[in-house]
Design a protein around this ligand. Structure first.
Ligand code: APR
Length: 244
């Protein structure tokens, strides 16, 4: 695997920015958003469930789907790809991790200050006030309500058609524009604005690399593209960086 060029850039970098997508959690057994839904949920298209309209139409159905996803993800464990990023953060002066994933596996692996571009599956948010509700609400399996205003709670994820949280957007764009190396890992790079971060980094003079067994259309324009799994490439990068 021709890592030398990327390793040189990483060793010289003052700031490394990483964007991850569902692919980094694939080796933890978490199906990517687009993969076929299993069991009861096979009949549903995620796009018909992960929207404000779906929630207004049938909040109970949407909550049943998200509780199913929470159970699925809670059984998953961080994999060597997640853990390698925790180690990489300790080897560079400044490290920014942006994830499109809502599974919380980066945090469970030990990453801190994770920028969650699409929110977090395990957070509850008031549908009316938009505030995050920390304390667990007992909903007896139905639709939980906000202790503040009595409105419905919703999963704290960003649905299709909704804006990316402003802080996450601004911090991610600033990091992409400032970094010396940008790693795009396990994302199909189809969903904007996240998919635009690599271009911002490249236009700012950063070295840009992709890790994806199925190279994206952007790969040809990157400095490095590794058509391999994150759980293989990232530990190898860390091993080589730790050798010097
Ligand atoms: N290592 C690295 N990449 C992998 C691996 C792996 N082991 N396994 C799969 N991949 C790649 C796939 O080839 C694919 O290109 O991960 C990518 C996952 O793409 P998507 O399923 O489109 O997930 P993502 O890019 O994160 O989607 C972005 O769109 O689906 C919505 O809101 C959802 O956050 C998600 C956003």
């Amino acid at each position: 695997m021709p890592l030398d060029g990327l390793l040189t850039a990483l060793r010289e970098a003052q700031h490394v920015c990483v964007l991850t997508g569902a692919g980094i959690s694939a080796e933890s057994g978490v199906p990517t958003f687009r993969e076929a839904q299993s069991g009861l949920w096979e009949q549903y298209d995620p796009l018909d469930l992960a929207t404000p309209e779906a929630f207004l139409r049938d909040p109970d159905l949407v909550w049943r789907w998200y509780r199913w996803r929470r159970e699925l993800v809670a059984k998953a464990e961080p994999n060597p790809g997640h853990r390698a990023l925790v180690s990489l953060a300790k080897l560079v002066p400044r490290f920014t991790l942006v994830t499109q994933n809502v599974d919380g596996l980066h945090q469970r692996a030990g990453s801190s200050d994770v920028i969650e571009f699409h929110g977090n599956l395990f957070a509850d948010r008031c549908f009316v006030e938009s505030c995050i509700i920390d304390e667990e609400q007992d909903s007896a399996g139905g639709v939980p309500v906000c202790p503040g205003c009595g409105g419905h709670l919703r999963p704290g994820v960003v649905w299709f058609g909704e804006a990316i949280p402003e802080r996450a957007l601004n911090d991610s764009f600033a990091a992409a524009a400032d970094c010396d190396v940008f790693l795009s890992i396990g994302t199909s790079s189809l969903v904007y604005p996240a998919a635009g971060l690599a271009e911002i980094a490249r236009n700012s003079g950063a070295t840009v690399a992709e890790v994806n067994p199925d190279p994206t259309e952007h790969a040809a324009g990157f400095d490095h593209a590794f058509a391999a799994k994150a759980g293989t490439v990232l530990p190898e990068i860390l091993k080589r960086m730790s050798e010097t």
